[in-house]
Design a protein around this ligand. Structure first.
Ligand SMILES: Cc1cc2nc3c(=O)[nH]c(=O)nc-3n(C[C@H](O)[C@H](O)[C@H](O)COP(=O)(O)O)c2cc1C
Length: 303
């Protein structure tokens, strides 16, 4: 999740456990090949990928996600991330951001199945046959009329997996997610379909899996709302109690980061608390206590 789920958060949440795969925040591809340095910044897990594979410290594979509109440049960058050791390449056709859509990237591509096909095909041809090419879509841009056609185009072009966020672009993040559409898509293609959208607790996952013929599940916001959601959904552990969440928050502020640590953590902790407060009342209270604090140290004192 762009601006939210970076490599530090991936490290932290996969250390807690329950996740089989992480996808990076999207890397925007326009009309050039991105530098190694930029890929390493988005995905530091690539740095020692030749030794460990691209994995978080606790061993969960990490896949780089690309977002772009030109088949040639998507292909060249896909080839590069695979060469750098990424655990496959994921293509983002779901981003609703205005700036991205205006420059014909993300969800706007869902209006044109042939364009999707061209991008996925170019990427497929550019990477070794054993490299996983996955794609992420929404159900459409304005409406769902092309949902099946888009999924079929992605399969026909040679993708190995498809994640479906069960809403259109204009539905934004407004509940509900239309899980039954994931089933329709699943019945129309033969590659694995991964269900996404509004899975915040075990009951949601069970219902979604029932509706979608036992699809695997991808979580976004829920992973930040309940830090051990992966374990909860696999029924490996109960929901993490607040004192453990608080300890995790404190641990988070001690991790090494890039750039200015003094700005990074105050912003990120406040952002994380906004997700946490959807489940933990204590997070709301804590947010009130630290809202005005500007340094990591001051926040650590409260924690
Ligand atoms: C702040 C934010 C950033 C996101 N960034 C990305 C991204 O970079 N790549 C992506 O595939 N999806 C991104 N998403 C979408 C989520 O991955 C997910 O599809 C969506 O939130 C629905 O799933 P959820 O209900 O489990 O959150 C983002 C969502 C949010 C709220």
């Amino acid at each position: 999740m762009e601006g939210v789920l970076d490599h530090l958060m991936r490290d932290l949440l996969t250390q807690v456990g329950g996740y089989d795969l992480c996808v990076t925040e999207f890397v925007r591809v326009v009309d050039q090949v991105i530098s190694d340095k930029a890929f390493y910044r988005s995905c530091p897990e690539l740095i020692d990928a030749d030794v460990y594979g691209s994995r978080t410290k606790s061993g969960t594979p990490v896949r780089v996600q690309l977002l772009g509109q030109y088949p040639q440049y998507m292909a060249e960058n896909a080839a590069k991330v695979i060469e750098l050791g990424s655990s496959g390449v994921d293509l983002n056709f779901g981003c609703p951001a205005k700036t991205v859509n205006k420059s014909r990237g993300g969800a706007i591509l869902l209006k044109d199945p042939d364009n999707l096909y061209q991008i996925v095909k170019a990427v497929r041809n550019a990477v070794p046959s054993e490299a996983i090419v996955s794609a992420k879509i929404r159900l459409g841009y304005e409406d769902k009329s092309l949902a099946i056609e888009n999924a079929q185009a992605i399969e026909l072009a040679g993708a190995n997996e498809l994640t479906v966020h069960a809403r259109t672009k204009i539905e934004g993040y407004k509940p509900p997610a239309h899980w039954h559409w994931i089933t329709k898509i699943k019945q129309s293609i033969n590659i694995p379909v991964i269900a996404n959208g509004d899975i915040f607790q075990l009951e949601d996952a069970n219902k979604c899996r029932e509706i979608t013929m036992f699809s695997d599940i991808m979580v976004g916001r829920g992973a930040l709302t309940i830090p051990n959601l992966g374990q909860v959904l696999k029924q490996e552990a109960p929901i993490m109690p607040w004192p453990e969440v608080q300890a995790l928050l404190l641990h988070y502020t001690t991790c090494e980061t890039y750039g200015d640590k003094s700005k990074y953590y105050p912003n990120r902790i406040k952002q994380w608390l906004k997700y946490l407060k959807n489940h933990y009342q204590e997070a709301d209270d804590l947010f009130g206590d630290i809202r005005a604090l500007k340094t990591t140290e001051a926040i650590q004192d409260i924690l």
